[in-house]
Design a protein around this ligand. Structure first.
Ligand code: CMP
Length: 139
């Protein structure tokens, strides 16, 4: 079924001027960018977004990194968009990511791993609502 997922092009991507290159991979995979905004995430936004990880040892580092520069938040739409985008991104750790994936091609480390994508349709809806109103999305 056609569904939506939430994506973030992380600060390592904006810093290295890779947003167009990453978007090309997304679009070549057949995913449609139906919402997109470049923002500076506040500490509060990052802490809320990554709330499920707040007990993890890397939480502080994660929030620091995600607020270290601009990010591009996106809504992607397509057939099985959640699973499709996770496949296109590759493994969280770029050292384990498959050839041709975004993380294999562009990511520098498990922390600076270029992109975020929702892990379920349910979380996608929650994440999209944190950054977009229906009026900011045009399919
Ligand atoms: P993301 O999909 O954005 O969701 C949680 C993030 O935590 C994950 O991508 C990684 O970038 C980050 N992360 C996971 N493990 C580590 C780690 N060991 N050190 C730093 N960041 C991590």
């Amino acid at each position: 079924a056609t569904e939506r997922t939430f994506s973030i092009l992380k600060p390592d991507a904006t810093k290295r001027n890779l947003t167009g290159a990453v978007n090309a991979v997304i679009e070549e995979a057949g995913l449609r960018i139906v919402g997109q905004r470049r923002i500076q995430m506040s500490r509060a936004q990052a802490e809320k977004f990554y709330e499920v990880h707040k007990e993890r040892p890397f939480f502080g580092e994660l929030v620091e990194f995600m607020t270290s520069g601009p990010v591009v938040v996106q809504v992607l739409e397509g057939e099985n968009a959640v699973a499709k985008y996770r496949e296109v991104m590759g493994a969280t750790n770029p050292a384990q990511a498959a050839e041709g994936t975004i993380r294999k091609r562009f990511a520098q480390s498990v922390g600076e791993n270029t992109v975020h994508g929702s892990d379920s349709a349910e979380n996608a809806a929650i994440e999209i609502a944190q950054f977009f109103g229906e009026g900011d999305i045009a399919g």
